[in-house]
Design a protein around this ligand. Sequence first.
Ligand code: BGC
Length: 560
Amino acid sequence: MSWKEEVQKVADEFIYTNEDVNKGVKEFLREMDEGLSHSGSTLSQIPTYVTSVPNGTEKGLYLAVDLGGTNFRVCSIQLRGNTTFSLTQSKVAIPRELMVAKTSKELFSFLAKQIEVFLKTHHNDHFQAVVRRRRTMSISEGFREEEIFQLGFTFSFPVQQHGINRGTLIRWTKGFDIADAVGKDVCVLLQDEIDELHLPVRVAALVNDTVGTLMARSYTSPGKTGTLLGAIFGTGTNGAYVEKLKNITKLPAASGANYDDSTGEMIVNTEWGSFDNGLRVLPNTSYDEALDKESVNPGIQMFEKRVSGMFLGEILRRAMLALVKDPKVMLFKDEDSSSNDIHSTTNIAPDSPLFTQWGLDTSFLSIVAGDTSYGLKVIKQTLDKELGISAASTEDAEAVKVLAAAIGKRAARLSAVPIAGIVHKSGRLGKTSASASHAASKVKEHVQNLEVGEAAKTAAEGVQASAAPVVDLPPTGGVGNDEDDVVDIGVDGSLVEYYPGFEDYLREALREIPEIGAKGEKKIRIGIAKDGSGVGAALIALVAGPLTASPPVSPIREKK
Ligand code: BGC
C-alpha cells in the first residue's frame, strides 16, 4: 500500500454513510421524545418558558449580555416605542484562566464589571441619574421600577430552566470548567455580582444562544411563516425549536414557573451537543475516542465533539500526528520534495502545535477546504505559519486536504441528523404555513416591523455600534418555493458561516433521509442570523419584563 493509500484509509474512517445518517435520525427522534417526557435524558430538551412576544410599542432601554464561547458581549437596545430601535455593543475576550477559575465568583464578578464599564461608557447619564436618585431615596430597594435596566442574559451552556429568569447550570461545555457553579442558578450568580456593584440592572431573562437565534431569525426571515429552529454550528453546537406545549409532558412536574400558555407552544432547547452520549449510533474513530478521553468532560457532548468548531481541528491534529508517527507513511518526511515551493527539506519544528493538544484551530479546516490554488500553495503556507511545518510538498498538502475534507464532511452530514429529526417531528413539511406555528408567527407579526434605527454612535475603543444586528443572507435552499411554503431555519456560528460546502454536504445528507427526501430538502430554507443571540436576548428580556417583576434572588438573601 502506498503512503497515500494509508492516508486515504484514515480519511475513509470518517465516512458517514446514508445508512448511518438514517440510523442517527431514528435515534434522535427517540431521544427527542424521551427528553420531552422526563428529566435526566441524554437529550435534555429544556423548556425555555419563552411563549410570548413583544408587540412593538414598548419603550425603553434593554440590556443583553452574551457568554458562551471565547468572547463576552454586552449590548444595549434602545426601543423607541415606534417600532424602531438602536443597538450598541462591546466585546471582550474572556481570559482563559477565568474559564477554569477556582470559583464562579471570579468569572461572574468579571462579567458584572464589564456591564458596569459598558453602562458608564454608553449610558452614563442614565446611570449617574439613577445613582444620584438612589442616594437620596428613602425606599429600601433604592431604585424605582422604571429606573432599572432589564437584562437578557444569553448563557450558552446547558441550564435547567425553572422559569424565564431562573436556571441552574447542568454542566459546563466548550472548555469551561468551574466546579462550584454546577447546580447553581446562573441568574442569581450574575445578579449577586451586579448588586455588589450597585448597578441598576435586573436579570430579566435567561436565554440560550440558540433561542436568541430563533427569535432574531423569526422576525428577519422572509414570508409569513415563523422560524422553526435556531441552530448554532460554531465553537459548540446546539438547536432550539418550537414545540407544542402538549408534547412537553414533563413540563408540569418540572415547573411551577410562571408562563403564558396562550400560544400552545414553547421554545425547547434540545442541547443536542449531548445527543447519543451512549454512542449507540454516532461514529467513533480512535481519534474521537482519544480526544474524548483527554477532554475535560469525557463521555458527554459526544455529538458536539464530532461536529463543532472547538473539536474538528483537534480531530484533524490527532489524525495527522498518527500518520506522521507511522514509519510507513511519508507525510512531512520529504521523500519527494521535488514539488515543494522552495525545493528544500520538509521540517516540522520541535515545538510545532501539531504536538500539542488543541494546537490546531478549526479555522485551519476551512482554509484547507477553500484552497483551490495551483500546487495547494495556501495549504503549504498555512502549514508553515500555523504548524511550523516548512517546505511541505504538494503530496503533503494533498494528504492534509483529503483528511481535513473527510472530517469536515462528516461533521456537516452529522449536522443533518438533528435538523431532519426536528423538521420531521414538527410535521411542517406536510403543512401549509397557516398551520405552521402560532408562537413563532406571532413573534414575526409583532416584531417584523422593528427596523434598526440609526446606530448609536460611540467613540469608545473596541465598541461597535451596529445598524444591522441581524444579517439575513439570501436563503440558499428552498429557492423557487412559495415563500410561505418553506420550513425556515436560522443558523449562526463560524462553521456554518465559513466552512466551504458545509450547507451543501448537509443538504446532500438531508435528501437521503426518506422522511425529508429531495422534495422536502428544497422546502427547507436555511438563513444566517448573525449575532442574533444578543438581539434575541434583548427581545426576550422585553417580553419577560412583566413575568419577572422581581430579580433572581439567592436563597441566602431570601431568608433575610
Ligand atoms: C452548549 C449549548 C450552546 C452551544 C452553542 C454547547 O456547548 O451546551 O448550550 O447552545 O454550545 O453555543
